[in-house]
Every structure is written in structure tokens, then in C-alpha cells.
Design a protein around this ligand. Structure first.
Ligand code: SF4
Length: 949
């Protein structure tokens, strides 16, 4: 007899059988590109079309986990906004009037424009890319072209984070490091939205939760990861540095710092010369071989600080044999942060955090670090040959991202977090934040930016890459008068350590011809006329402005490559349509932003899983084709023929140095080498057979203390990750910053121009410092009492996601979120409209009242709004009617002072998106409930939802 249970079981088994049934006739493995995490995916295909995407359980990044964005990749691929043919502008810029052209005409046109530049002055090409994942190629291409004017999007994203890490610990958060998810017992998360990163951090948070580790999130906004934290610290934007200093103050006051770690692995004991006003003040005292000195307490004399087993003093002034006075770097640190101005009670009102909360967090950090230490029974040997029977670690992990980074004080705040980690002994030890292979690297990495006057010549490649890491004023790209040599002014006195370039200043500078005029702006997937620019309207005006009395645009030519009809397309003169990520080869290379983990290096590819059904080409193929047409070195054979048929061939055959290419797996003629080996013509087959990725597991004894681990460093040197197996000493104190400050004080040959001397002297402090964010300091706090920031929602990454047919069902509208008490005091209710006013602009938008936000902060989701006529959306779609951007409120420059100053960090040039201050004003009863400003609808080809035939 059948029972009700039988019926239920039968239904379930039918559902399970249906779920298990093949959804297609083939499965291809590749790498997701719906955000920057680069998870492994399985794409189910039927009759050559995409049916379904799932996570690849074997992939080291996501272990099968797939997020909403990744699953919705199918809709990205079939987006109605996809470009279909090369386009040549026929109407005025911004009118969206184009003529479809054949690829040959498109490539010949681009090549002719670029050839005339290269033959006269290669600097007149500004080549900038957005969040692309082929920077190993694009950077090399710019180098071969001979222009220093190249960068990707990092300058307006999170270069503060990356640069502070590279100049302090030889790695950084996110792509260059990760928490020890298996052993951390305390996790401190700063300023992280749901995108940097996504699946890996979700997987990690799940592990922490299951093990009962404590999670504390410091963020003005309680969304996403903050919502599952044990404690949410709703800090005021831009005050994180002060908060960290208060923690440091408490740890120092309580004597709860890891002195043994500091002595062994950092420059804390190195002697700093004290000679106020002198040319060596603040530099390390060195011996005749240039090696830093420490003061050995047992021998009571200065010794080589690198000698193992010395007993260096950490406090007190000493007199060197030559009579100079010096003090250990650690003593300077103690002197600074024990200042009562950094006590929790002193900083609490400024940070909007109760002093008792800060006291409590400092106590918790110390307890987790020193009373719950992690001991792994794994013997290892340090750089000096000393064998350690166990690995002992501090189970405090930290992670920080854009919320810290996108402030004008972000570089120092990021450095402050790394200093806090060092004081706790929580860098690459069990339980702590760990380097992702191939990091750590030298501090900073040894490459310097090329682009000085003698390095640029017509028809010539540059001798090195355009981006790098200056270590002294002499490395800057400035002329004898201190005038910048790059169009974005990166690596100038305006932004000396601009390691990722400054894409956000390119259009403004090109428009002003400051420091010089360019001819062609070549952009790849960067939506600069919309959500990727501060002051969108101003940017559009610059893109369309003509020289007076002339038909010529001030930026004469714009070439744009993208897969979609974004807001930027209408402002291009020549449009090169790209494929989707499922239609092309790609390379996630160790030479670019790696996907390795703390357990070992990894890289990956994408291979075409479907054929384009449109007349589009992969941008990487196009770049190599253009390079061959231009005869760029490395892109042509000796007889002038294209060296590479396509990007796939380049990926396997190109060598950056002998034996080192874009992919590290299956190298060598037999495919049996890793990291270093001859090109392998069957390398891509090996990747495809292995799910499109390669990974290498480090032996257990190499997985921690990598900066001082002999076996790791020797292996890393063999694999080309570091130049030598020398230990990497962490920079608690930055002598590099001090060199720039000395220049500002008038020392050395290369000095800042007089107008910038005070600025360099103030912000190039060798120890982290805090100052009020620039915009906040410049505007009237009573007129603009609120901070305004954006967050990225889990299902949307940049502007790509918000046009996706599935994802826009989750969000096609954003609101301004404000604290309920503030809203109620203003008489506001959910979905009421307000004007948001900054010193620069006004926007109108709907509100929602919440409690999970700092009371002096308002926020919204980023990049939901779209301009009418773009992205294949209906003209009256909510995205272009009621959704809004904060960008209209943000100025590229600070409110007028004595000189025009970029709204950016003074050390790295990072765009200060989150320094914005605003006020709210009521919307009149008769005013339309529509977002403002609204821009005229952009014309678009009919096929993309527009009206142009
Ligand atoms: S986190 Fe999501 S969108 Fe990002 S790469 Fe992974 S699956 Fe794709």
C-alpha cells in the first residue's frame, strides 16, 4: 500500500532526477569574468549555445562556489547591448551616430592614426584600460609602442591599498594576500563591500563562522559581510587611520606587542639618524657596505642589523662611532603613537566610536594574538639557517579594501593597518594574514617606471614598463623643473608613488593639454563618460569640447574597445567591438594580478567555449594585430610579418625573460616544467585538459614566514618570483618616504617645485600619519555635515552587472540610505525624495531609512544608474529614470585653494571617492519623482534599442 511518504519520495526523486539530467550536450571549463575574482566555471552547452553555468569544484579560487553574478554570465553573453560591428563616428561626438565598417577599415584607420603618433612623438598616445585582465599584454604593448601614458584602472580603485602594502610588507590585501581562514581566531575587516573580494571571502567567512572565530567589521555601512559580523563598528568615513592608531596606542601602553617578531622580521631595530635639518636626518645609519645598523645591547655597539642572533636595542638614543646620533625605528614609533592624542578617549568623538569599544577591541586583539597562539608542528628553517621545530603564529587576520583606500588619507591608513599587523606579529604566521603566492616580493618590487625624457623617442620602444615603484626622487617621471612627464601626472611630485597610474586624471589633463597635448586617447572597457569618472557632466563636456574657432576636438581622437554599448561608446571616434569572456582566449597570469593562494601559485586561462555570432574580435587579438601593423618590436618577425596569429599563440610563445612567459604551468618542450621553462606549443591543451587552470602546492614547511623562510625563498627565486633568496625585511619605518621628505626640505639633486614642497614634506612621513580627508577639511562642515559613500552590491560588479537581464531583477534602482534618526528628524519616510548637495553639484534621489549606517553618513549602491539609450535598455528603464549616481557630486579637484589640487591621495594619486561631504534638502511637493540630473537620451543603433538605423 502506498503511503503519503511514498508520494513525497517519488516527487523528490523526480525533481532530483530532473536536476541531475544533463542540461546540455557538452560541458566546457573556463574562468568567470563577471567580477575580478576569476572563479573556475563549468559552462553547459547545447547545440553550441550556452544553457547553464556552474562552479568548478576543483578550482582553487572558488571550489565550486558560484555567486549570482557568475550564474548570470549567460545573460552577459546574450546581452542585447553587445556591439556587433566596428563603428566609425559620422555625427558629432556624443550623438551616437556611427557608420558600421569592416574590420580591415577599422584596423587600417587605427593603425594609420597610431603610426603617425609613433613616428613623431609616442607620448601623444594615451592608452588606458579599465578592469581588464590582460595587463601583462597591455602594459607590454604600451612599452613596445614607446608611450609612458599607460595604466589600468587601479589609480581610481584601490592603489592606496596595493601601494601601501607593497611599500610596507611586500604584498597586500586581496589579490596579493589572504587571511588564514583555517586558523584565524579573530578577523578584523576594514572597509570592505561585497566585491573585493567575492566568493573567496564568502567561503572564508563561512569557515570562520563554523569554527566560531570572532569577526569584527569596521565600516560606516552595515551591509553584506558587516551584517554577519559579531561586531559592527560603524566608523565615520575617513577616520580609520585614527582608529588604528588608537589600537596601536593601547597595545603599546599595555606592552602587548610581539617584540621578537619585530626584531627578527622588521626594520624596527634599525637605527635612524637624528640630525634635524641635516641631509641624512631620518635615514638609516649604514655601514661602509651600505648595510643598515642596529645597536647590539650585549656588545654595546653598532652592528650590521642583518646579522642573525644579535640583541638589538629597541629604545633609546645612541651615538654612532662617527658622532652622529641615532635611535631605533621602533623608538620613533613608540614616541609617536603613545602620544595622548591617539588615546581611545581622544580619537573616539572624531571616529564616532565609543572609547570603551576601542579599549575592548584592543584587549581582544591582544588576547587573540598572545593567549591563543597557534602552534603547527611543522619544522622549518629561516633565512639564516636556524631550524625551528614548530611554526608559531598569532591568529589575528585582517582584510581591508576600497573603503580604506578611496580616501585622500588612504595610503597612510593602509600602512597603519600593516603596522598594526606587524606589532601583533600577525604577518604570514599561522592564523594571520598571509601572502598569496607569488608574494612576498621585494619592498617595493624592483621595477621602476620608464618614461623619462631620454627613454622616449620616435619609433622606439621604451626600455621598461610604464608602471613601477619609485624608491627615491630620482626615479620620478619629471623634467628638470619638476614638470610631469606623463599625461596623468603619475610618478610626478603630485603623486610620486602612483604605482597603478592615474586614469582618473587623463581626460582632464588631455583636455587642458597639461602638461602637453595628446593626439589619441585609446581606452578599453572603461566607462569614463559615466560611472568611472568623478563629475560625469564635466567629463562629457571635456570629451566634446572643441578648440576655439576650430572643428577639432581638444582631445583629437578617441578609440574605444568594449563588448557593450556603454555610455562611453557614443564619445568615441572609432569603436572596436570586443567579444564576451566566453568567446575568447584570456590569460590570468602571474605577471599580472595572480590567482595564487597562500598555499601556492596558480594561474588560469579562458578559452573560447562558443563562437561569436557577430562581427567582433577579441581585443587582445586586435592589439597584437595593430602591433604587427605598426611593426612594434616583439610583434613582428624579422621579415616584418605578424609574429603571433592571435592571443592564444602569444600566451604560449611570448617570453618576458628567458623561460618565463605568461603561464607558469606545463612549461618546457615536454610540458614537465613549472614557472620557468621553454615555451610549450601544447601548453593550452594541457590547461584545457585540466579545467583551464594550473596550481602548485607549496610543501608544508614553506607556507608561512615566507619573507624569512629559506626553503620558500630559494624556491621562489628558482621560479622567478623574487630576484634573490635574501630575506625580505618588513618596513615598519619607511626610509623611502623619508627620502622624498628630505627632497622637499631642500636636500639632494631632485627637489619638488616650490609650490609642492610643503605638501611633500607633510605627507611623506616615514611613519603612518592621519590627517582629515582633503575635501572634508576644505568645505564648511556645517553646510555639508554628512559623509556620502557608495557600496557595491553582491550581484553587481561595476556597470557590467547592472545591465544584466537576471541581475537587474535584483537591483534596477538604488536609494540613498540614511540613518532612521536622521531621516525622521527631517520628516522623511521610505521612498521620499531628497536633493543631495555637495560643494560641486546637486542630485535628486529617493531615500530609505535604515539603522545599519553611521549616523553622519549616507550611502548608495554604485553604478546602478544608466544613461537613457545605452546598454540596450528601454529608454524609460528605472536605471535611467529613477536610479542615480553620486559621481555628479564629486569634483575632480578640491574646492579652489591657492593651487588646483587633484581630489586624490597626495602619495599615490588614488582618487578620493569617499571624501565626499553633502547635505540633504527637501524636494518640493510639485517636483517630479525622477532622478536629477538626467542627461539627454543617447542615440543608439536600432538593434541596441535605439533609433539610428
Ligand atoms: S565571485 Fe562570482 S562573479 Fe566573481 S568570478 Fe566568482 S563566480 Fe564570477
Amino acid at each position: 500500500m502506498k503511503t503519503p511518504g511514498d508520494a513525497g519520495r517519488s516527487r523528490r526523486s523526480k525533481v532530483e532526477a530532473a536536476a541531475a539530467a544533463p542540461v546540455g550536450d557538452a560541458v566546457a571549463f573556463t574562468t568567470c569574468y563577471m567580477c575580478a575574482c576569476r572563479c573556475g566555471i563549468k559552462v553547459h552547452l547545447r547545440e553550441g549555445g550556452i544553457r547553464y553555468i556552474e562552479g568548478n569544484r576543483q578550482h582553487p579560487v572558488n571550489r565550486g562556489v558560484l555567486c549570482a553574478k557568475g550564474a548570470a554570465g549567460i545573460m552577459q553573453h546574450y546581452s542585447p547591448a553587445r556591439l556587433t560591428k566596428p563603428l566609425l563616428r559620422v555625427g558629432p561626438r556624443g550623438a551616437g551616430e556611427f557608420r558600421e565598417i569592416a574590420w580591415e577599415e577599422a584596423l587600417a584607420t587605427a593603425a594609420a592614426w597610431l603610426a603617425s603618433i609613433r613616428d613623431s612623438d609616442p607620448r601623444k598616445l594615451a592608452f588606458f584600460t579599465g578592469r581588464d585582465q590582460s595587463q601583462a599584454l597591455t602594459s607590454w604593448w604600451a612599452t613596445q609602442f614607446g608611450t609612458p601614458n599607460y595604466a589600468a584602472h587601479g589609480g581610481f580603485c584601490s592603489v592606496n591599498m596595493a601601494a601601501a602594502g607593497f611599500y610596507t610588507v611586500g604584498g597586500s590585501f586581496w589579490e596579493f594576500g589572504e587571511p588564514d581562514w583555517e586558523h584565524a581566531r579573530y578577523f578584523l575587516l576594514f572597509g570592505v563591500a561585497e566585491d573585493h573580494d567575492s566568493n573567496p571571502i564568502k567561503i572564508g567567512l563561512g569557515k570562520l563562522r563554523r569554527r566560531g572565530a570572532r569577526i569584527v567589521s569596521v565600516n560606516p555601512v552595515r551591509t553584506g559581510y558587516s551584517a554577519i559580523a559579531d561586531e559592527w563598528v560603524g566608523i565615520k568615513p575617513g577616520t580609520d587611520g585614527l582608529f588604528v592608531f588608537a589600537l596601536i596606542h593601547e597595545l603599546l601602553r599595555l606592552g602587548r606587542v610581539d617584540l621578537a617578531f619585530l626584531v627578527r622580521y622588521t626594520n624596527a631595530p634599525w637605527l635612524v639618524i637624528r640630525d634635524p635639518g641635516g641631509a641624512e636626518d631620518g635615514l638609516f645609519a649604514r655601514d661602509e657596505r651600505g648595510r643598515p645598523l642596529a645597536w647590539d645591547a650585549r656588545e654595546n655597539r653598532a652592528v650590521d642589523a642583518a646579522l642573525p642572533d644579535i640583541a638589538p636595542r629597541l629604545q633609546g638614543e645612541v651615538t654612532l662611532p662617527d658622532g652622529r646620533r641615532a635611535v631605533p625605528a621602533f623608538a620613533l614609533l613608540v614616541e609617536r603613537y603613545l602620544d595622548p592624542g591617539f588615546a581611545p578617549d581622544a580619537v573616539a568623538p572624531r571616529c564616532g566610536i565609543a572609547a570603551e569599544t576601542i579599549h575592548g577591541l584592543a584587549r581582544e586583539l591582544a588576547e587573540a594574538a598572545f593567549e591563543e597562539e597557534i602552534v603547527l608542528d611543522v619544522p622549518w628553517t629561516d633565512w639564516a639557517g636556524r631550524r625551528h621545530e614548530r611554526m608559531v603564529g598569532r591568529p589575528v587576520s585582517m582584510h581591508a579594501m576600497r573603503g580604506i583606500s578611496a580616501h585622500s588619507n588612504g595610503f597612510h591608513t593602509c600602512r597603519a593597518i600593516h603596522v598594526l599587523q606587524m606589532l601583533l606579529g600577525a604577518v604570514d604566521t599561522p592564523g594571520a594574514w598571509r601572502y598569496k603566492s607569488p608574494f612576498p616580493r621585494a619592498i617595493p618590487p624592483a621595477v621602476k617606471p620608464a618614461g623619462r625624457a631620454h627613454e622616449i623617442a620616435p619609433g622606439q620602444a621604451m626600455p621598461g614598463p610604464p608602471l613601477g615603484f619609485p624608491t627615491a626622487p630620482e626615479d620620478l617621471l619629471v623634467d628638470d623643473d619638476g614638470v610631469p612627464l606623463r599625461i596623468d601626472k603619475a610618478f610626478s611630485w603630485e603623486a610620486p608613488l602612483a604605482a597603478h597610474g592615474m586614469m582618473h586624471s587623463v581626460i582632464g589633463n588631455a583636455w587642458k593639454a597639461d602638461p602637453y597635448a595628446i593626439d589619441t586617447l585609446f581606452l578599453y572597457m572603461s566607462n569614463m563618460s559615466w560611472n568611472s569618472s568623478m563629475d560625469t557632466a564635466g567629463t562629457i563636456a571635456m570629451l566634446t569640447d572643441r578648440a576655439s574657432g576650430s572643428d577639432t576636438y581638444k582631445i583629437p581622437r578617441i578609440i574605444y574597445a568594449d563588448a557593450y554599448y556603454s555610455e562611453m561608446v557614443a564619445y568615441a571616434d572609432l569603436v572596436l567591438p570586443d567579444t564576451t569572456y566566453l568567446e575568447r582566449w584570456d590569460c590570468i597570469s602571474l605577471l599580472d594580478r595572480p590567482i595564487g593562494s597562500a598555499e601556492g601559485p596558480a594561474d588560469a586561462i579562458r578559452h573560447p567555449v562558443v563562437k561569436p555570432d557577430r562581427d567582433v574580435r577579441p581585443f587582445q587579438d586586435v592589439l597584437l594585430d595593430l602591433g604587427a601593423r605598426l611593426g612594434l618590436p616583439g610583434m613582428v618577425t624579422p621579415d616584418g610579418k605578424p609574429r603571433y596569429a592571435d592571443y592564444a599563440q602569444y600566451i604560449t610563445q611570448h617570453e618576458r625573460a628567458p623561460g618565463i612567459g605568461l603561464l607558469a604551468g606545463w612549461r618546457g618542450a615536454e610540458g614537465d616544467r613549472i614557472a620557468v621553462g621553454a615555451p610549450n606549443p601544447r601548453q593550452l591543451d594541457a590547461y584545457i585538459a585540466h579545467g583551464d587552470f594550473w596550481s602548485h602546492e607549496l610543501p608544508a614547511d614553506q607556507r608561512y614566514f615566507k619573507f624569512a623562510n629559506k626553503a620558500y625563498l630559494e624556491g621562489a627565486a628558482r621560479m622567478g618570483f623574487v630576484e634573490t633568496p635574501e630575506p625580505i625585511v618588513l618596513h615598519l619605518y619607511s626610509e623611502i618616504l623619508q627620502k622624498f621628505r628630505l627632497a622637499a626640505q631642500g636636500h639632494g639633486k631632485t627637489k619638488p617645485p616650490p609650490a609642492l614642497r610643503a605638501r611633500i614634506a607633510a605627507y611623506f612621513d616615514p611613519l603612518p600619519l592621519w590627517y582629515a580627508p582633503f575635501e572634508e577639511a576644505a568645505v564648511d562642515g556645517e553646510a555639508f555635515p554628512l559623509h556620502a559613500v557608495t557600496q557595491r552590491p553582491m550581484p553587481i560588479y561595476h556597470s557590467w552587472g547592472s545591465q544584466n537581464a537576471w541581475l537587474r531583477q535584483i537591483y534596477n534602482q538604488n536609494h540613498l540610505y540614511l540613518h532612521r534618526s536622521l531621516g525622521e528628524a527631517m520628516g522623511l519616510r521610505d521612498d521620499d525624495w531628497v536633493w543631495v548637495v555637495s560643494h560641486w553639484g546637486r542630485i535628486k534621489c529617493p531615500v530609505r531609512l535604515v539603522t545599519g549606517v553611521n549616523r553622519e553618513t549616507v550611502w548608495t549602491w554604485n553604478a546602478v544608474a544608466k544613461r537613457a539609450g545605452t546598454w540596450g535598455l528601454a529608454p524609460e528603464a528605472p536605471e535611467s529614470r529613477t536610479a542615480f549616481l553620486l559621481n555628479h557630486l564629486i569634483a575632480e579637484h578640491l574646492p579652489k585653494g591657492a593651487r588646483e589640487t587633484l581630489n586624490a591621495d597626495p602619495v599615490t594619486g588614488q582618487a578620493a571617492w569617499y571624501d565626499l561631504k553633502v547635505r540633504l534638502e527637501p524636494v518640493g511637493i510639485s517636483e517630479a519623482k525622477e532622478a536629477a540630473p538626467r542627461f539627454p537620451r543617447l542615440a543608439a543603433p536600432k538593434r541596441l534599442g535605439g533609433e539610428v538605423p
